[in-house]
Design a binder for this molecule. Structure first.
Ligand SMILES: *[C@@H]1O[C@H](CO)[C@@H](O)[C@H](O)[C@H]1NC(C)=O
Ligand SMILES: *[C@@H]1O[C@H](CO)[C@@H](O)[C@H](O)[C@H]1NC(C)=O
Ligand SMILES: *[C@@H]1O[C@H](CO)[C@@H](O)[C@H](O)[C@H]1NC(C)=O
Ligand SMILES: *[C@@H]1O[C@H](CO)[C@@H](O)[C@H](O)[C@H]1NC(C)=O
Ligand SMILES: *[C@@H]1O[C@H](CO)[C@@H](O)[C@H](O)[C@H]1NC(C)=O
Ligand SMILES: *[C@@H]1O[C@H](CO)[C@@H](O)[C@H](O)[C@H]1NC(C)=O
Ligand SMILES: *[C@@H]1O[C@H](CO)[C@@H](O)[C@H](O)[C@H]1NC(C)=O
Length: 575
């Protein structure tokens, strides 16, 4: 101890000498502790320390010590040192209190639970004390984020939408007509204002409906009656022998009737007519007649020009006309739609060529050509009704009865479509006075020879004037019944052969109306030289359906041949 004091004194003297500018005060003074060493560098250790006593030179060392002894605690002792904690740890009562993820005396050691990358699917690992915590990416759950959440479990898609589960999201595939993330919105098909020309749009699920103002039609009200899409219409009229002039005139009338229903003009409908028999003739081109009056006049001037049926040549010409249409814009800048109407009995002379030309024509206009094709069909049920009455005081009508039977026979002879097959013409044979007598039913299928024989035996009546109402009544009630062999799809004809000596009574109009309403065509053949055509027209379906047979002119029954077979016209849209 003395030794130390002496050493200390020596130091003190030395220091007092060295720090001559800071001499000790009158009293003795302990210099600060000098740490010698610390057992650790952190976490709190023990150290040995020493200190010196500084004594004023005038004081003896013993006195100095005595004087300072009040606070004397020795020249050396042991103390704590390096109370240092790392990583946010705090020193308390001899040890470091570490934050959770750290350990060790100085909190220098870090737990490494995350080192094995325990969090899956991109989850973030956070170190806890002796454990890890995973913070999962959206869409995953579980302590290791190992489980994908199924967002479809809550059935989010409505209105029939199909849910597809994705990571942290789902997709609804909506049924047509619905939109929205969850298909919750009924798509408004009217949103794009699809209706034109002032049409009102009604939204429905997956479609809309345009309510058009009057004068407009089609799905979007896009076609106006007054301002239709320009159209080029090419009519091919069959002028062949088989048509007969009467039928040809009907074709002209058909075209003429047609033009009355469309607006003819440079910006509207233009019409070309091609007739064909042995040759095809462009009667006039699309641009020749630009108003209904000159067009109608031109139609009326077309001549019947009989020959064979070269439909192929007609189609060739139609193509020429159609090509010219495609190459020409209307004054309003629009291209016309091209329609080709073929009116024919279908009996083309060169069928293979015709087919080829039709294919050419179809190929040429992919936007579509419409054709009315009249094909030969003989699916007709025809009731022949022979008026039995003969006025014996009138020599003409008496002789006329044999003429009447002759006419019936002639009709049977020229009906080359007669037969028993389903697609043939079937005949029922009757006569009438004030009542109706049936000789042959549709289902009887007599041969031509048997029919002629039956006709030749039909007797006349001299005392009872025929009741045409009774005849028409029979047509309404019995004539076309299936029980008598009438066929469902067949066209129905009644051919009344008469001398004109029948009476019309109060119920006639009603009976005739009923017959026509059934779709039955009434054809009247008047036989004799004193026939009152106007009187016959009271009965017939139309003025065309009255045929007069006289001794001089008795071969115009031919037109009926066409009547029974030439009626099946189909509108064909060729695309
Ligand atoms: C033409 O029109 C008139 C009047 O509407 C009609 O009686 C006639 O049957 C029509 N002709 C043809 C061939 O369509
Ligand atoms: C011809 O067309 C004009 C204008 O559309 C119409 O007023 C007239 O009635 C038509 N004439 C015939 C004969 O169709
Ligand atoms: C056809 O349309 C054009 C353009 O819209 C117009 O200038 C012309 O007068 C029209 N022609 C007729 C005959 O309407
Ligand atoms: C029969 O014919 C004669 C001579 O034409 C005529 O006077 C008479 O009225 C006719 N009878 C009947 C019922 O039509
Ligand atoms: C009519 O039908 C028969 C039998 O079904 C058939 O052999 C014949 O070809 C048909 N005739 C026509 C013109 O369709
Ligand atoms: C016509 O058919 C009906 C019903 O089957 C039958 O009553 C009648 O006798 C037949 N008439 C002839 C002439 O075959
Ligand atoms: C003609 O026949 C119809 C129908 O059978 C009948 O109602 C009418 O009274 C008859 N007329 C005459 C003048 O006998």
């Amino acid at each position: 101890m003395n030794m130390l004091v002496l050493v200390g004194l020596f130091f003190c003297v030395f220091i007092a000498i060295v720090l001559s500018g800071h001499p000790c005060s009158n009293r003795c003074e302990w210099l600060p502790w000098e740490e010698t060493s610390c057992s650790v560098t952190c976490g709190g250790g023990t150290s040995f320390r020493t200190r010196e006593l500084c004594c004023p030179s005038e004081l003896k060392v013993d006195d100095c010590i005595k004087y300072c002894s009040k606070s004397f605690s020795g020249f050396s002792d042991f103390g704590t040192c390096n109370e240092l904690c790392y990583n946010g740890g705090s020193y308390f009562s001899g040890t470091c209190q570490c934050l959770p993820e750290y350990d060790g005396r100085c909190c220098l050691k870090q737990f490494d639970e995350c080192g094995s990358n325990p969090c899956l699917n991109g989850g973030a690992c956070r170190q806890g004390s002796n454990r890890f915590d995973c913070t999962c990416l959206p869409g995953y759950i579980g302590t290791r984020c190992e489980q994908e959440t199924n967002e479809c479990l809550s059935s989010p898609c409505v209105n029939g939408g199909i849910c597809t589960d994705l990571v942290n999201e789902y997709i609804c595939s909506c049924v047509p007509g619905y939109v929205g993330v969850n298909c919750e919105i009924d798509y408004n098909e009217c949103a794009s204002n699809p209706c034109q020309n002032g049409g009102t749009c009604e939204d429905r699920v997956n479609f809309f409906r345009c309510i058009c103002p009057s004068g407009f039609y089609e799905d979007l009200c896009e076609i106006g009656i007054c301002h239709p899409q320009p159209a080029d219409m090419i009519f091919l009229l069959d002028s062949s022998v088989s048509q007969t002039e009467l039928n040809f005139m009907k074709q002209l009338e058909y075209v003429s009737n047609f033009t009355d229903h469309v607006l003819i003009g440079p910006n509207d409908t233009q019409i070309s007519v091609i007739t064909f028999s042995s040759e095809a003739i462009i009667e006039f081109d699309l641009t020749t007649h630009n108003n209904n009056i000159s067009l109608n006049k031109a139609i009326q001037n077309i001549k019947f020009n009989p020959g064979i049926t070269r439909t192929d040549k007609a189609l060739q010409k139609a193509k020429e006309v159609a090509v010219s249409s495609r190459q020409r814009r209307r004054p309003n800048g629009k291209l016309a739609r091209v329609f080709v109407f073929v009116i024919t009995d279908g009996m083309s002379t060169y069928r293979e060529k015709t087919k080829q030309e039709a294919i050419n024509l179809k190929k040429f206009s992919p936007e579509g050509i419409a054709a009315i094709e009249c094909t030969r069909s003989a699916l007709s049920d025809v009731i022949l009704m022979i008026d039995e009455y003969v006025n014996t005081s009138n020599a003409e009508t008496f002789n006329g009865f044999s003429g009447l039977l002759d006419s019936a026979s002639k009709l049977i002879q020229l009906m080359d479509t007669l037969g028993s097959e389903d697609n043939d013409t079937h005949i029922s044979l009757t006569s009438f006075s004030n009542t109706v007598r049936t000789y042959v039913n549709f289902s009887d299928h007599l041969s031509r020879g048997e029919l002629l024989l039956t006709i030749s035996k039909i007797p006349h009546t001299e005392d009872v004037i025929s009741n045409i109402s009774a005849a028409l009544h029979y047509i309404n009630i019995d004539g076309f019944q299936m029980a008598y062999g009438g066929r469902l799809g067949a066209r129905k004809f009644v051919v009344i052969l008469t001398n004109g000596g029948y009476s019309l009574d109060a119920v006639f109009d009603l009976e005739r109306k009923k017959v026509l309403e059934k779709g039955v065509k009434i054809i009247v053949v008047g036989v004799g030289s004193n026939i009152d055509v106007d009187y016959l027209q009271n009965i017939a379906s139309s003025p065309y359906h009255v045929i007069v047979q006289t001794h001089e002119f008795n071969n115009n029954l031919d037109v009926l041949k066409g009547e029974f077979v030439y009626d099946a016209c189909d509108l064909d849209f060729i695309n």
